[in-house]
Design a binder for this molecule. Structure first.
Ligand code: HEM
Length: 480
């Protein structure tokens, strides 16, 4: 399975070569005479920004570049040119208007394929479109309503396990409950008990993928370096779990279920009548399994941290939740619309700490953005973390203020000034799922508990593939 995952020949035609590091690292882009180059900050070192450690300082540096150099900033990563694009209108152009020109075949996605293979997040072209159409019905509004009950039940089970005054790793709790929810709703299996094992493996693979994205030299996985061995072991854990889900389902008579796994397994190619191969299934399931829990867990962790730092917002939230869930009942999908402040809190939290902090693309031919030359073979970075702090669109950007998401305020802003779920055809398929899940879980926690960050504890940002609280989130659970 592993060897197959890494074979270049598995890449669709349009991606071969382009995202291949052997070509991506070679040569500088050809710049036509008279082309206007975007301003570039001083190089950090000989290889430009390649190899910079993913820290909060790095994120702040990117925000600083936007402030000093503008909405199109030229960066160097070894031999590769990258542009940081921070004007919401240009973000729209890249993700939506010219999405055909801006491919996902970036170095980062190539590395991510070591984990996700060619699932929805990492595939392009025909195979992506076909599988997106197969998966889409699993996220339809009518189905989401049906998931609310299971989401709430998982939330209730989580808080039932808390003891008054105990210090919890709130981030670990969020990972466990979101893992349980995605595995129950999408694959009909409760994997909540494997949360610790999954979180440890996810940590290893995301650190590893991040390091591979940043490094100039990388030994093939077959070379048994300690890093490669750690990665292979973590991937074996994830593969075992995901393949176990698929094998278990194969033992059931067809037509027993109607969840995402059933849709994927029953889908047939219109021309050949063939179903998905084991590898294709594995890639799709792994993608939803990982993309469908860690992001929402991060969003909730940052929300809890912000609430512990902003007692006035926490008070308003408690009042809303107490009024809607009078008598301490469990929230339903109908309650989500009655919890607008909770929704705004989650939105504002994802403004300041967007779980997917960076989205990248690769221009497949020369282009111009904001009047600057964008060469084929370079990289485009659109960062929600940076754009969500753009002073032209977000006054006093560091201030936590959920009321920025009142409908009038939202309507007055550029649509892409806020894009935690991306945009255009590759918009997150789980957006509605994640928002409903986050609001329901938040309401259940706030209804009975207050979570206080352990005094004196600082929470560094860890921008790997997702933006996480480094070292977890130790919080004291106080029963209300
Ligand atoms: C707060 C939670 C979440 C955030 C912030 C988030 C963010 C994103 C972003 C920014 C993208 C676009 C990436 C790009 O354009 O390169 C994306 C794509 C995707 N997300 Fe999410 N996501 C979240 C939750 C979920 C959930 C719950 C699921 C599934 C259950 C999911 C599944 C996916 C998939 C499959 C894609 C690829 C879609 C495609 O290209 O067709 N995500 N997500």
């Amino acid at each position: 399975m592993l060897r197959e995952r890494f074979a270049l020949s598995r890449l669709p035609e349009e991606l071969r070569g382009f995202g291949d590091p052997r070509t991506a690292l070679l040569g500088r882009p050809r710049v036509p005479a008279g082309a206007r180059l975007a301003p570039a900050p001083e190089r950090v070192h000989a290889f430009g920004h390649l190899g910079m450690r993913p820290t909060e300082a790095f994120l702040r540096r990117l925000c600083g570049y936007r402030a000093t150099h503008g909405d199109v900033v030229r960066l160097r990563f070894g031999g590769i040119t990258g542009h940081l694009i921070s004007d919401p209108e240009l973000v729209r152009v890249v993700l939506q208007e010219r999405h055909r020109l801006y491919s996902k075949a970036t170095r980062g996605i190539l590395k991510l394929r070591l984990v996700l293979g060619l699932g929805l997040l990492t595939a392009e072209g025909e195979s992506w479109l076909r599988n997106r159409r197969i998966a889409q019905p699993a996220f339809a509004r009518r189905r989401l309503e049906g998931f609310a009950e299971r989401m709430a039940a998982a939330g209730e089970a989580m808080v039932a396990g808390w003891r008054d005054g105990e210090v919890l790793d709130a981030h670990g709790e969020m990972n466990a409950v979101t893992l349980r929810i995605v595995s129950e709703t999408m694959f009909g299996a409760d994997l909540g008990h494997l949360a610790g094992e999954v979180a440890a493996a996810v940590s290893v693979v995301t650190n590893d993928v991040n390091q591979r994205m940043r490094s100039l030299v990388e030994l093939p996985l077959a070379v048994p370096t300690p890093q490669n061995q750690r990665f292979t072991k973590a991937m074996d854990t994830l593969d075992r779990i995901v393949l176990g889900l698929i094998q278990e389902r194969r033992r059931e008579p067809p037509g027993t279920r109607d969840d995402l796994l059933a849709m994927l397994m029953e889908a047939r190619d219109v021309d050949t009548g063939e179903g998905m191969s084991d590898t294709q299934l594995r890639d799709e399931v792994m993608t939803i399994f990982l993309a469908g829990h860690e992001t929402t867990a991060n969003a909730l962790s940052w929300t809890l941290l912000l609430l512990s730092r902003h007692p006035e917002s926490a008070r308003r939230l408690r009042e809303e939740v107490d009024a809607v869930l009078a008598g301490g009942r469990t929230p339903t999908h109908e309650d989500v619309a009655k919890l607008p402040y909770a929704t705004r809190v989650v939105q504002e939290s994802m403004r300041l700490y967007p779980p997917a902090w960076m989205v990248s693309r690769a221009p497949t031919r020369d282009d111009e953005l904001g009047g600057y030359f964008i060469p084929k073979g370079s990289l485009i970075f659109v960062s929600p973390f940076v754009v969500h702090r753009h002073v032209d669109h977000w006054p006093d950007p560091e201030r936590f203020d959920p009321d920025r998401f009142f409908p009038d305020a939202v309507a007055a802003r550029h649509r892409m000034a806020y894009f935690p779920f991306g945009g255009g055809p590759r918009l997150c398929i789980g957006q509605g799922f994640a928002m409903m899940e986050a609001v329901l879980l938040l309401a259940i926690m706030v209804r009975g508990w207050r979570l206080d960050l352990r005094p004196g504890h600082t929470v560094p940002l860890e921008p790997l593939i997702t933006l996480r609280p480094e070292g977890g989130l130790p919080m004291t659970a106080v029963r209300r």
